[in-house]
Design a protein around this ligand. Structure first.
Ligand SMILES: Nc1nc2c(ncn2[C@@H]2O[C@H](COP(=O)(O)OP(=O)(O)O)[C@@H](O)[C@H]2O)c(=O)[nH]1
Ligand SMILES: [Mg+2]
Length: 217
């Protein structure tokens, strides 16, 4: 097998390995709207979750240097399925359906809960769930509920503040403070809080390194 180190001429830093990993082929594997359609839990897996429109699809595209891998949309609340993307046969990237969209019906909210519940309750290969929060809007009750759910399932979570290019300094500082409070209180949430933007993508390198490490590279 060609390893990341080989591909990079033996230059074996985590930064290089992460860069290598995220430039590997990445393909859509499955879209599961029901538990029966979930792919086998074979690869190490990381999931992305957050309120509708928070920038999940945009982040997955930016991380993988692609434009249209995960569908981005201006119409929130549409993707009610769990989408799986295989990155180089090393890591599964999982786009969970967004929550907290006001116009979604109660029955849709319930089916969202059931699907997420089934997925989170029985996914031994799920190594981390990244919870995305809009850096302008701060942490909402639905985000706290999501973190609470991940805690109950003992799934390590980590916050990513999105759209930092659009936030004022005061908004970002407020969201960072709230994020600090939350991570201090939530037993399964890592303390490091990431920032992400589709405009200033340099900080994404750190996030890729974290995921490459989870993939065992
Ligand atoms: N300026 C800016 N816009 C963003 C960023 N991330 C996402 N968006 C926009 O926010 C909207 C929702 O993004 P999308 O990725 O579809 O959100 P999702 O519903 O969480 O998957 C789209 O119009 C994106 O172009 C960002 O970092 N900066
Ligand atoms: Mg999306």
């Amino acid at each position: 097998m060609v390893t990341a180190a080989d591909a990079e001429g033996g230059d074996d830093t985590i930064a290089k390995r992460a860069e290598w990993l995220f430039r590997q082929e990445c393909g859509f594997v499955a879209g599961a709207a029901e538990a029966a359609r979930l792919p086998e839990p074979v690869l190490p897996e990381v999931a992305f979750v957050g309120r509708s429109n928070v920038g999940k699809s945009t982040l997955i595209n930016a991380l993988t240097y692609r434009k249209k891998l995960a569908r981005t949309s201006n119409t929130p609340g549409r993707t009610q399925q769990i989408n799986f993307f295989d990155l180089g046969g090393r890591l599964m990237l999982v786009d969970l359906p967004g929550y907290g969209y006001a116009k979604v019906s109660r029955s849709d909210t319930e089916s969202w809960g059931r699907l997420i519940d089934v997925y989170l309750s029985d996914r031994p290969n799920l190594l981390r769930c990244f919870v995305l929060v809009d850096s302008r809007h701060g942490i909402k009750d639905t985000d706290r509920q999501m973190i609470g759910m991940l805690d109950r399932y003992h799934i390590p979570s980590q916050l990513i503040l999105t759209k930092t290019d659009k936030a004022t300094k005061a908004e970002l500082a407020g969201t960072l403070a709230a994020a600090g409070d939350l991570t201090a209180r939530s037993p399964y949430t890592l303390h490091e809080v990431y920032q992400a933007s589709s405009v200033y993508t340099q900080p994404l390198a750190r996030l890729r390194e974290e995921m490459a490490a989870l993939a065992g590279l």
